[in-house]
Design a protein around this ligand. Structure first.
Ligand code: GLU
Length: 305
């Protein structure tokens, strides 16, 4: 496996040149576009890495999977999906158009910004701090990494330039699809996006989901089989922004990407995969990361379809 991962890194290195590092959050633009890392966590708890697998990056939209799980643990599936839908949009991750023209009272799904802001608002706690602590401790548990923390610099950069997310949140507050204090909800959302991880952290999250909600390294169940099934399904239909359809055809693995350059992938009953490459395609997905997953999927026959 290690040899395979090493050749996957080498074969796909060149693709980074075809993309661009995210710059709409100024501090993200500091990432090195040549970094490329991969980690595979198998369900017997073995881990294989290659490339720049220990480089840290912020989770960004990958955190939407975590806040969805925490919101479901707090409120139950039925309550969460009465406030956010399950349908892909075909629009960009930060699109505002559907909030007014369609589905007036409910963002389409929890993987677009509008939906993720609503799921974060559903996490129980008496302050933003309590809510983010809950997200952090759940993240530490499902990665088996107690040192996971928020990258304060990215958080501040994100907060300073997050006007589009502010617009989404205030619009939703105005039409009553978002309740509570908007600035508090946004603090939770910006902070969850700014959680620092490396490839093995996200690979372990993928492995837990692949193992139907049970941590492969300890046998502890953290979410029900049913919740794990729902989360993986939403990752297939909505996890790769408006590139989810093409990704399903070519790769066929439930995955969630983030503009930090990470992709968390979960191959049911087989493995979790974490890839990192901060150079992004036009949709906001790691350009070389997708190519690496495509090669791995082909080599190991990982498509679920
Ligand atoms: N923090 C980013 C935002 O809300 C996350 C976007 C992403 O990774 O897609 O704009």
């Amino acid at each position: 496996m290690r040899g395979l991962l090493e050749s996957v890194i080498e074969n796909n290195r060149g693709f980074a040149m075809d993309g661009k590092v995210a710059s709409y959050i100024p501090l993200l633009s500091k990432a090195d576009p040549n970094h490329l890392g991969i980690c595979v966590t198998t369900l017997d708890g073995k881990e294989y890495t290659a490339g720049d697998s220990s480089v840290k990056f912020t989770m960004q939209s990958i955190s939407k999977v975590i806040s969805l799980m925490v919101a479901i643990l707090d409120n139950g599936t039925k309550n969460v999906f009465s406030r956010v839908g399950m349908e892909p949009t075909g629009d960009g991750f930060n699109s505002i158009v559907n909030l007014e023209t369609k589905n007036y009272n409910k963002p389409f799904n929890p993987m677009i910004n509008a939906g993720a802001i609503v799921t974060s608002s559903l996490i129980e706690g008496s302050s933003a701090e309590e809510k983010i602590d809950k997200i952090l401790s759940f993240t530490r548990k499902i990665t088996g990494n107690d040192s996971i923390n928020i990258n304060e610099e990215i958080y501040l950069s994100e907060k300073e330039t997050g006007d589009r997310n502010r617009a989404l949140a205030y619009f939703m507050k105005g039409n009553k699809s978002l309740r509570g204090d908007v600035e508090e909800v946004l603090e939770v959302y910006f902070k969850q996006c700014s959680i620092d991880v490396c490839c093995s952290d996200i690979s372990r999250i993928g492995a837990m989901l692949a193992n139907d909600g049970v941590l492969p390294w300890s046998g502890e169940r953290v979410i029900s089989r049913e919740v794990s099934r729902i989360v993986k399904t939403i990752m297939v239909t909505c996890g790769m922004y408006d590139e989810s359809g093409e990704f399903a055809v070519h790769i066929g693995i439930p995955s969630k990407s983030g503009v930090g350059g990470g992709i968390m992938a979960s191959v049911p009953k087989r493995m979790g995969i974490g890839v990192y490459g901060p150079s992004l395609d036009e949709k906001g997905n790691s350009i070389a990361g997708i190519k690496m997953l495509q090669e791995l999927s082909r080599e190991l026959d990982l498509s679920i379809f």
